[in-house]
Design a protein around this ligand. Structure first.
Ligand code: ADP
Ligand code: MG
Length: 754
């Protein structure tokens, strides 16, 4: 017989029928797929499953003891004849579960009182008791029993006794389906394990295994599927987590190293002194963090290879300023820098604030402008044709050293004179492909330097996994003089009059010369789907709820009611760009201006980046419709100046619901990292990674990004030094294959989506 290989198709090893069942239900196709289908948990001989914990509609595998067996007779509605129904009650000692078999009373011969077995099926409720109908099962050998070979029933061939014979004290319980109950999977795994070659190749090189005391792959696979003890399982799990982390980190190290080898033009601020001139105009001093990260970035920019850096920081930590200094460095060296914003509102705001901060320096060519200066071009998709044409001209001629815009900048016809730096603001809305599109716009074969900014703090391990091809810098301190934001939940279900109090607070703050936001989850109007219904997915799961509150439906109600006398503005994604710009200008101008706006009623278009330091109150309507990080971002719009901020989270959710707990968590802490972690923990792991590296979704089975920091950190180091010494992975063929498989999966995923 030919030697078994991990890449072999299961059809050739297990036969067509079993292979098909494994493929349809579980998408397991190769030997490796099957071996990497790890037990979810282990049933312990003599230890019964807690039946009280079973969830209705779940497919479960439980170990329980037969307590009572009853045969009942009933009339079959279809045939009109009498038939029998076997009802077997099994117990874990306290709870009970009923197993029901129609017209199979012969099973009573084996399912006798006192027998212990594994039972598998979907939990349903009948007559107020939980039951499994026609479960698959396998009985555990009766230690004191005199019966000859253990009786195994169902459709199982006698050979499946082997499953239990191999299983020591721990019986693996696999994620299973109706066609493939746990023990059938175990039996299939057993067949494969028995043929596993002695010299199975290991994707983790020997020196790494020795350094970290990791068992060989072969041993780990045997231990995870046929453990002798809990310790076996622990050791095997660690090793298998390493597998996943190591392969992923190898891919990322290869990318990082390849990217670092690309050519880039070094950008060292000399020449015009735009950076110095700008800094001397700043009304504040830089924070230590801003100085430190600034130095790191300046060093990166001076290299002959492109920078790939992620800048993360708490809301309001001053990331934009760090980016702007880098951009001016590049302009000073004679190149161009572009700032890519996720929304038009944000692009416009950046354009306004950069122009304002630069003052005359941003008016080269204009009368009264400075010779040192440069032009700042704004390019957005919905600007007028004439304006777009002018912007594109300035960009292509190099007249505009600083370029700010939205996705429109990615279009092929946008040509740069000499693009040196790409800054991507609020990264999570941009994909890898979009970054690549901009990277292709540099001169000759050079690549631009890239700085990605993210407003949602990313836990270190996630950064290393999802953005593992980027170096990470963090701004953790806020500029001095920031005032704290107090956040309160306004539970309108329990205290309806609290909402009135919220409007009064707005009135009070405005009377003191401050401004306010009222944020809604929906735009409203007649459209069925709104771009701004960004409700977290668990909110959707709550049975038919009313539509989220819509800003357009509240304008009159508020301005004629509790907010009367205040100047109210409305901002949402469907407004034409000029109107958005106008509203934001008037809100920024504030109470001092004749046509200023006091209260901005808005959707989540104000979620990221919007910067109006005079705004001090925010009321979030239907706050439970937003995610934790999103609320933290929203509230980051206030408390930016010297006045204390107040954020009111309005909700109808009753106390004790998960939604309310989320809001309480947001109210309880202002630490964005903590909230980001909470946010991630509440989602499935796949979603954490889904954001940008969907390919890794199915390849991470054992590794939990938030938990396994030590494994991720160590495997990143090991993978990096391996790839530096052996870029093609010639010395570790098993790893080369695993890397190729991961890339293939990523590619397939990508194709599926486009
Ligand atoms: P974020 O990191 O959330 O993008 P911003 O870059 O929008 O933060 O900065 C928030 C506000 O803080 C802006 O008004 C900015 O001008 C101001 N700011 C930035 N750096 C400093 C500093 N060192 N001292 C005081 N204010 C600062
Ligand atoms: Mg920002």
């Amino acid at each position: 017989m030919a030697e078994l290989r991990l890449t072999d198709n299961l059809k050739n090893v297990l036969g067509a029928a079993t292979a098909k069942a494994l493929d349809t239900g579980l998408r397991l196709r190769t030997v490796e797929d099957l071996l990497r289908h790890y037990p979810r948990r282990y049933a312990e001989r003599g230890q019964l499953t807690d039946l009280a914990a079973l969830e209705v509609d779940e497919h479960v595998t439980v170990m329980a003891r037969v307590q009572k067996v009853d045969s009942k007779s009933y009339v079959d509605r279809r045939t009109g004849r009498r038939a029998d129904r076997l009802e077997v009650v099994v117990t874990d000692g306290t709870g009970q579960l009923t197993l029901t078999f129609f017209k199979q009373s012969w099973r009573a011969k084996d399912l006798r009182e006192g027998r212990v077995g594994l039972f598998s099926g979907k939990v349903t409720v009948f007559n107020r008791s939980r039951q499994l109908t026609h479960p698959d099962y396998v009985l555990i050998p009766d230690p004191g029993g005199t019966r000859e070979p253990d009786s195994v029933l169902g459709d199982l061939p006698e050979a499946d006794d082997s499953v239990l014979r191999y299983a020591g004290a721990l019986i693996p319980v696999y994620p299973a389906t109706a066609q493939m109950p746990s023990w059938k999977i175990a039996s299939a795994v057993g067949i494969v394990l028995d043929q596993l070659p002695e010299d199975l190749e290991d994707p983790i090189p020997e020196p790494t295994r020795t350094r970290y005391g990791l068992p060989h792959l072969r041993g780990a696979l045997l231990a995870i599927h046929r453990p002798e003890s809990r310790d076996d399982v622990t050791a095997a799990r660690t090793r298998l987590r390493w597998d996943e982390a190591f392969v992923l980190q190898t891919v990322l190290a290869q990318r990082r190293i390849a990217a670092a080898a690309l050519p880039a033009v070094p950008r060292v601020a000399t020449g015009r002194g735009l950076l110095e001139a700008f800094e001397s105009r700043l009304p504040f001093t830089l924070t230590n963090g801003q100085v430190e990260v600034g130095t790191t970035i300046a060093d990166d920019l001076a290299r002959t290879h492109p920078m790939h850096r992620l800048l993360q920081g708490e809301v309001g930590s001053g990331k934009t300023l760090v980016a702007l200094r880098a951009m001016l460095t590049v302009v000073d060296s004679g190149g161009q820098a572009v700032l890519l914003a996720p929304t038009e509102v944000l692009a416009q705001q950046h354009h306004r604030s950069v122009s304002a901060m630069l003052g005359p320096l941003a008016e080269r060519g204009l009368l009264g402008g400075s010779d040192q200066g440069t032009a700042v071009a704004l390019l957005t998709g919905s600007a007028s044709t004439a304006r777009r044409r002018q912007a594109m001209l300035d960009i292509a001629s190099g007249e505009a050293g600083l370029v700010i815009g939205t996705h429109a900048l990615l279009e092929e016809k946008v040509q740069f004179f000499d693009l040196g730096l790409v800054v991507v603001d609020e990264q999570h809305r941009f994909g890898v492909e979009q970054r690549a599109a901009l990277a292709a716009k540099a001169r000759d074969d050079n690549r631009p330097h890239v700085l990605v900014m993210t407003a949602t703090p990313i836990p270190r391990t996630v950064a290393m996994t999802v953005f593992g091809d980027l170096e990470v810098s963090t701004l953790s301190e806020l500029p001095v003089g920031r005032s704290p934001i107090a956040t309160h939940v306004v539970p309108v279900a329990e205290k309806p009059n609290f909402l009135d109090a919220a409007w009064e607070r707005i009135q009070q703050h405005v009377a003191q010369g401050r401004q306010a936001y009222v944020v809604f989850p929906r735009i409203g109007g007649d459209r069925a789907t709104d771009e701004d219904t960004d409700a977290p997915s668990d909110a959707d799961a709550v049975e038919k709820r009313r539509q989220p509150l819509a800003v357009l439906e509240w304008v009159d109600r508020l301005s004629d009611g509790p907010l009367s006398g205040l100047r109210v503005g409305v901002l949402h994604g469907r407004l034409p760009p000029d109107e958005k710009d106008d509203v934001m200008r008037r809100f920024t101008a504030g109470p001092a201006s004749a046509n200023g706006i006091d209260v901005l009623l808005a959707t989540t278009v104000v979620e990221v980046g919007v910067d109006v330091p005079n705004a001090t109150v925010m009321v979030v309507m239907d706050a439970d419709r937003f995610g934790v990080s999103q609320l933290h971002q929203l509230r980051g719009r206030i408390g930016r100046g010297g006045h204390a901020g107040l954020c009111l989270l309005v909700t109808e959710m009753p106390q004790g619901t998960p939604a309310r707990e989320r809001l309480d968590a947001v109210a309880a802490t202002s630490d964005g990292f903590e909230l980001a972690r909470l946010d991630l923990e509440q989602r499935r792991e796949g979603d954490v990674l889904g954001a940008s590296q969907s390919g890794t979704r199915s390849s991470l089975r054992m590794l939990e990004v938030l938990r396994d920091e030590d494994v991720i950190v160590a495997s990143r180091e090991e993978a990096t030094s391996l790839v530096l010494g052996d870029p093609g992975l010639a010395t570790v063929p098993a790893l080369a294959r695993a890397v190729a498989a991961l890339l293939e999966e990523e590619r397939a995923d990508y194709l599926e989506k486009t």
